[in-house]
Design a protein around this ligand. Sequence first.
Ligand SMILES: Nc1nc2c(c(=O)[nH]1)N[C@H]1C(S)=C(S)[C@@H](COP(=O)(O)O)O[C@H]1N2
Ligand SMILES: [Mo]
Length: 384
Amino acid sequence: MNSENTDAGRRKILKGALAAGAASISSWGLPALAQGESLVPFTDVPENFTVRPVAPGSNHFLDTREITNYFTPNDDFYIVQHYGQPEIDEDTYRLRVTGMVDNELEFSMQELLRKDAIELQVGFECGGNRDAIFHGLIGNGRWRGIQLTNILAEAGIQDGAKEIVFFGADVATEEIRGQEVEKAFARSLSVEDAVRPENLLAYQMNGEPLPHYHGKPLRLLVPGWYGVANVKWLTQIHVQDTRYMGRFMGRDYVTLKKESVGGEERWVENSVTRMHLKSAIIRVVERGSQHRIQGFVLNDGTLIDSVEVKIDDGRWRRAQINPRSTKSSWKLFNLDWNDAAPGDHTIVSRVTDINGNVQATQEELPEKVSYWENFGQFPRTIRI
Ligand SMILES: Nc1nc2c(c(=O)[nH]1)N[C@H]1C(S)=C(S)[C@@H](COP(=O)(O)O)O[C@H]1N2
Ligand SMILES: [Mo]
C-alpha cells in the first residue's frame, strides 16, 4: 500500500511548496501559533461556546480553531457512540467471521496481531457533523491494521452473498414498535464495497494501541465513508444474502431529501455512506498585517483539483493544499491574505474535485429535512 507519499518524497514536495508559497506565517501543520502570531476571532462563534475535554462515556467534538496537527492527537480526536463504550477483555476477545463463508473463523487478538499489517492515513467526519459546532466532529489519523480483504479471502465468501454486517460489542435495549429488543451496534457494506483493498481492521492509531474510546481492541475503517461505517469494538463479521436493515442502516443515519426521480419531485431516503465533497474554514491566523486562512477538506477519496476561498464579494482565490495529503486523509489548506482591511469580513471556501464536482452552497443543495450529511459551503464571519 505504498502508493502513499513516502517520507522522502513528501519532504521534497513540502520544501518546494514552502519555497514557492510561503511566507512568514508558519506553514503546514496547521501549527500551533508561533511568536507574534494570533488567532483572528470569528464573530460567528458565541462567546459562551466551549469545547469540553474528552470524558469517559461521552461524545467529543474538537475546537476546529485549535487544530494544529496533521494527525489529530488520540486524546483530541472526535468521539461518537450511541450505546456507550464497552470494555473488552483482550485476553478473551475473539473476532468471529460467520454466515455465507466456506470457513467460519475465529481469531484471538494475538492471532490477528501476527497477520500482515498495513498503515493508512484516514480522516473522517461524523455524518451528523454540523455548523453549530463548527464541524468539530472530524479527525485524521495514521492507522495500522489488517486488510479486511485478507480476512474475507481466508473465510471465502460464497456465491450469492450480498452484504457483510459488522457488529460491535456495544449492545442496548431499544424500543421498537412498543417492544423492547436488545440490539448491538452494527453497520453493513455490500460485498463489492467490503472487498475494496483500503478497508482496514485497525488495532493501532497514530502509533499507539487503539484507545478504548476509539474501539479497542479492533475497529473497522472504511476510508472515504462517514464515521458511522467505522464500527468500533468489532466482534463479528457476518456474510448474508439479504440487506441488513438495522437502526444505523435503515432508520438512523438516514438522510431524507427532495430529489428528482425520473422527472418527479420525490422525498428520498438514503443511508449515510460515502463522504460528500466538503471543505470548511477552521481558523484565521494573523501576523502583523499578514493573514492566513486555514481549513480542511474531506471527501470520498476522489482526487481534489482545487480549494478556493472567497473573501466578502471578491473573486475566488486558489488556496494551497498540504502536499502531505493522501487519498483518504483529510486535506488541510491555506490561503495567504495580504490585503485584509480592518473590519468585519465574510469568508467561505469551496472545493472542486478532478471530475469537476464543485462544493455547492447550502441554497443550491436539494431541500433536506434530516440532520445528516452537511456538506454545503459554510460561510464564516471574522473581525480584523
Ligand atoms: N460499535 C460502535 N461503533 C461505532 C459507533 C457506535 O455507536 N458503536 N458510532 C459510529 C459513529 S456514528 C461514528 S461518527 C464513529 C466515530 O468514531 P470515533 O469515535 O473513533 O471518532 O464511530 C462509529 N462506530
Ligand atoms: Mo457518527
